[in-house]
Ligand binder design. Sequence first.
Ligand code: C5P
Length: 236
Amino acid sequence: MIKGEKIYEGKAKILYKTEDPDILWQSFKDDATAFDGIKKGTIIGKGVANNTISSNLFKLLKEHGIESHFMEKVSNTEMLVKNVEIVMVEVVVRNISTGSLCRRYGVAEGIVFEKPIVELYFKNDELHDPLMNDDHVVALGLADQEELATMKNQALRINEILKEFFSTIGIKLVDFKLEFGRFHGQIILADEISPDTCRFWEMGTNRKLDKDRFRQDLGDVEKTYHEMMQRIVRKS
Ligand code: C5P
């Protein structure tokens, strides 16, 4: 497989063409942003950690019947992925209250929800990714009813699989964001699953093991990404 022309550069990843129009080359960067890109920085080793963690979690999900865009890890910071058409809806699943949910609804951090909350956001940087409901998604033509149902069902199933996996390595899966794409008429999981897109709290201590260490200046940012990678790799 040949790494071709760059077709997209986002905050944390770059996508390149390959000789196969169905396959892209996804490269993970060490660059980090938070608060809508206002806070910028570099987390040395983040690209390696996020590529490794995402590869392992996509493989785990595949073993449980969840299809994703992941094909193969090709280097420390790169993977081959299916060339999906990204659905412009971010699906967030929350098991424990924190982050924007606490700010929006004025609730304390750390409430364990009896049933996970699924939220939908319009993937639009200019509009700062506004929260939306099912009707907005369908009315604005971002996805049809059936695609939306698939994304929400898969998100809940993924939550069950990941919650179980992380519990075996002493970690609570607090919340996470997923993106999906269309590939030959099918909705499949895309993007990444990493400490950039999930919140992980250590069982017993509630030590934050994710990008909140960067967002909130908690220190040990590089060490934390490395630790998460090691914990996941050891168990995978
Ligand atoms: O900030 P908020 O509490 O809404 O984030 C919920 C979850 O979604 C967190 O795990 C966060 O890392 C993730 N997220 C993301 N990309 C965004 C917004 C949130 O990965 N643009």
